[in-house]
Design a protein around this ligand. Structure first.
Ligand code: NAD
Ligand code: UDP
Length: 341
């Protein structure tokens, strides 16, 4: 027999998806996770159950697989979808663009087609602040024009945003939230789920935490000559649990109104690489050796969010501060030095 009112989380075994799945279960939703485990482990699903005593349904599969999606929607009574599945490494996307367009663009279109066939029209999509490009005016709000992204990953996100806009215009039944994430970091306070990147991390926070546990020797800070107060890049870091709560609010909002909605999910504050490093050292008691090296290609000097729209329309704001983010990151890393292995 079909359960009532399930939320499908594609990519739900991954970093952000696992925290969203946990928050949905804790809020009383039933959840189906659909993930091909290309960048995650089923262990995250077991850990979710350990934390909250509830288990999502788990189906292993690929969002590009029409038949698998059709079986999924036949089997479960899904009424909305949070679509996190996708690939996210910028450098890798430059080397292998077809794989990125296949997973992120073709995968999203295949999912949308399957949803429409199953009469499911509610979707929250994991997009990224990367669609704003390099703007001199901070903070950026949702009306800020999107810019030509500098890499295939960013282009794949913007292309899906365009598809969603056209879809909402074409058919009033669609109710869509495009969630533009700034820089999600941190982990659940249990230390049981968190970010477990494969290989050498590309992102700042997982890199720093792997230096702290001795897996990596030294941090390289990309650029000390940006037009920012201390010369290092400034970003808007948001705790992954705040981000997960934002998805619950977005899901509720799109259950009340149709059309396309875009919300920024950031903390609204910008911190430099050196400020973040300092906060991590304070939270962990570890000294992080670093060198300041050349800028990384494609990086922008600064980016942080105007979050007024999410506050006004969703009643959501980020609650956790930088110290909370660093304490939770360090707890996760210390307790799981090799991730989920
Ligand atoms: P992640 O790699 O931890 O999670 C993505 C999940 O999707 C993984 O479990 C992976 O196995 C799965 N997946 C990938 N391709 C798939 C496919 N074709 N079919 C089924 N499953 C597939 O990454 P994350 O950090 O949790 O990111 C989640 C989403 O948020 C991604 O779409 C990402 O682009 C977006 N996003 C992430 C960030 C960030 O900094 N982490 C920032 C902005 C946007
Ligand atoms: N960064 C760095 N060293 C690293 C990784 C990142 O100095 O090993 C800097 C990067 O240049 C940017 C900030 O840290 O200013 C955040 O980078 P990240 O890759 O985490 O996120 P992005 O904002 O690029 O998506």
């Amino acid at each position: 027999m079909k359960e009532t009112s399930l939320v499908l989380v594609t990519g739900g075994a991954g970093y952000i998806g696992s925290h969203i799945t946990l928050s949905l279960l804790e809020a009383g939703h039933g959840v189906v996770v659909f993930d091909n485990l290309s960048n995650s482990s089923a262990e995250s699903i077991s850990r979710i159950e350990k934390i909250c005593g509830k288990k999502p349904h788990f189906v292993m599969g690929d969002i590009r697989d029409k038949q698998a999606l059709s079986n999924l929607f036949n089997r479960y009574h899904i009424d909305s979808v949070i679509h996190c599945a996708g690939l996210k490494a910028v450098g890798e996307s430059v080397k292998d663009p077809l794989t990125y367009f296949s997973n992120n663009l073709v995968g999203s279109v295949t999912l949308l087609e399957a949803m429409a066939r199953a009469n499911i029209f509610r979707l929250v999509f994991s997009s990224s602040a990367t669609v704003y490009g390099d703007s001199p005016n901070m903070p950026v709000n949702e009306k800020h024009p999107t810019a030509a992204p500098t890499n295939p990953y960013g282009r794949s996100k913007l292309m899906v945003e365009d598809v969603l806009r056209d879809l909402a215009t074409s058919d009033q039944r669609w109710s869509i939230a495009t969630a533009r994430y700034f820089n999600p970091i941190g982990a659940h306070s249990s230390g049981l789920i968190g970010e477990a990147p494969n290989g050498i991390p590309n992102n700042l926070v997982p890199y720093i935490s792997q230096v702290a546990i001795g897996k990596l020797k030294k941090l390289q800070i990309f650029g000390g000559d940006y037009p920012t107060p201390d010369g290092t890049g400034v970003r808007d870091y948001i705790h992954v649990m705040d981000l997960a709560q934002g998805h619950l609010k977005a899901l509720h909002a799109i259950s009340l109104k149709n059309g396309l909605n875009i919300w920024n999910f950031g903390s609204g504050k910008g911190y430099s690489v050196l400020e973040l490093l300092d906060a991590f050292e304070n939270a962990s008691g570890k000294k992080i050796p670093y060198d300041i090296v050349a800028r990384r290609a494609g990086d922008i000097p600064k980016c942080w969010a105007n979050t007024d729209k999410a506050r006004q329309e969703l009643g959501w704001r980020a609650e956790k501060n930088l110290n909370d983010m660093m304490i939770d990151t360090w707890r996760w890393q210390k307790n799981n030095p090799t991730g989920y292995n």
